[in-house]
Design a protein around this ligand. Structure first.
Ligand code: NAP
Ligand code: MG
Length: 401
């Protein structure tokens, strides 16, 4: 059988620990036998980031801007323990943070639905995708403890020295205060990423804030979304038969619980943080989520939503058997290959991505799965496989299709 040819390379960002082991297994068993894989390889493993003074992370992000599509393995974000463990020159920043800052994107996360692993919410027939704005609000806030009676004001000083102020509160005893901000440019990018992703995946887009209470802050989010929608996206949405709809955050939460799923839910930073954990646990597990960073210019970076699975890696190093779930990492690859196929108009590549995803899901639905899924499945006859055997089982299903 001829291997599928590619015309443009994918930006390949290798990573750390157990997911680095998965990375190689997936390539060897599921990709290289079938595709003449073209990638520009960047080793984001912590050792190599340290050797290059983290330059490799920046280079990989710039390469994503050049080629348009990247696939990323999970990477260690160093803390004090990692600095010691890897003898690092510095506590290098989170690669995801660096890449996000360069691409200026929004992160979309959606559950991978499998029969036998059912969401806790019975009426969720379709996946719900969370789009989280990744800049500002409470994550970049300034806070103060107020020791006793006194007045707190917000003061804006323009470049020419003119001032504008509002009273936050006249305290008659101790209390607390917080000042937060966002940027119109960042909200505009967020809105465009959401609208583009909705068009791309042909799904209706929901957006919700608390604009009735926050008449300037949250209302600005609402207005920016509406203005961009009306000016740039309305006709495209109508042509595809999808909708953009805005509602209050409390109403959105109530509707989500009663919905059948199958839409994108755009969330402000804090709402997205909280709601994505709620959704991923309600749908099953972090190892069954897709995650993609979409930039407003239309660059895509696909990854798994989970980390490097350190605990399993240490078992693996001791020669013990591990049952790490590779599904999210496989779907990062299929997402990137499908997007490459779409951009370069390579039908076979898109079909390959669809088929490999189906083979992965079929394998699980036939009862062969990793331990994390065996613990939550409603299927009766289940065979728990180790990491390598599960990937081989997917290959067997794929080749039989
Ligand atoms: P983690 O790698 O997500 O793993 C936490 C636990 O979740 C695991 O011990 C395992 O539970 C379970 N788990 C996660 N993914 C799994 C999978 N694919 N298959 C089976 N079980 C899975 O989080 P962590 O251990 O807290 O973090 C490890 C490293 O990952 C850290 O250095 C952190 O910086 C990094 N990280 C990277 C990213 C990223 O690059 N996107 C994201 C988050 C964290 P059991 O042990 O109970 O089996
Ligand atoms: Mg969180």
């Amino acid at each position: 059988m001829d291997k599928i040819k590619m015309t443009t390379p994918l930006v390949e960002m290798d990573g750390d620990e157990m997911t680095r082991i998965l990375w190689k297994l997936i390539k060897d068993e599921l990709l290289l036998p079938f595709i003449d894989l073209k990638t520009e390889y960047y080793d984001l493993g912590l050792e190599h980031r340290n050797e290059t003074d983290d330059k490799v992370t920046f280079d990989s992000a710039y390469a994503t801007k050049k080629y348009g599509v990247a696939v990323k393995c999970a990477t260690i974000t160093p803390n004090a323990a990692r600095v010691e463990e890897y003898n690092l020159k510095e506590m290098w920043k989170s690669p995801n943070g660096t890449i996000r800052a360069i691409l200026d994107g929004t992160v979309f996360r959606a559950p991978i639905k499998v029969k036998g692993i059912e969401p806790c919410v019975k009426n969720w027939e379709q996946p719900i995708t969370i789009a989280r704005h990744a800049y500002g609000d409470v994550y970049k806030a300034s806070e103060m403890k107020i020791p006793g009676p006194g007045k707190v004001e917000l003061v804006y000083t323009a470049e020419d020295g003119t001032k504008e102020s509002v009273t936050v509160h006249e305290f008659d005893g101790p209390g607390i205060v917080q000042g937060m901000h966002n940027l119109s440019g960042s909200i505009e990018s967020f809105a465009r990423s959401c609208f583009n992703y909705a068009l791309d995946t042909k799904q209706t887009l929901w957006f919700a804030t608390k604009d009735t209470i926050s008449k300037k802050y949250d209302h600005t989010f609402k207005d920016i979304f509406q203005d961009i929608y009306d000016a740039e996206y309305k006709e495209k949405f109508e042509a595809l038969g999808i909708e953009y709809f805005y509602t209050l955050i409390d109403d959105a939460v109530a509707r989500v619980m009663k919905s059948k799923g199958g839409f994108i839910w755009a969330c402000k930073n804090y709402d997205g943080d909280v709601m994505s954990d709620m959704l991923s646990s309600a749908f099953g597990s972090l190892a069954m989520m897709t995650s993609v960073l979409v930039s407003p210019e239309g660059y895509y970076e696909y990854e798994a939503a989970h980390g490097t699975v350190q605990r399993h890696y240490y078992k693996y190093l001791k020669g013990e058997e591990t049952s790490t779930n590779p599904v999210a990492t496989i779907f990062a690859w299929t997402g990137a290959l499908r997007k490459r196929g779409e951009i370069d108009e390579i039908e076979e590549l898109m079909a390959f991505a669809d088929k490999l995803e189906k083979a992965t899901i079929d394998t699980i639905e036939n009862g062969e799965m990793t331990k994390d899924l065996a613990l939550i499945t409603e299927l009766k006859c289940v065979k728990v496989l180790n990491t390598e055997d599960f990937i081989k089982a997917i290959r067997t299903t794929f080749e039989a299709m």
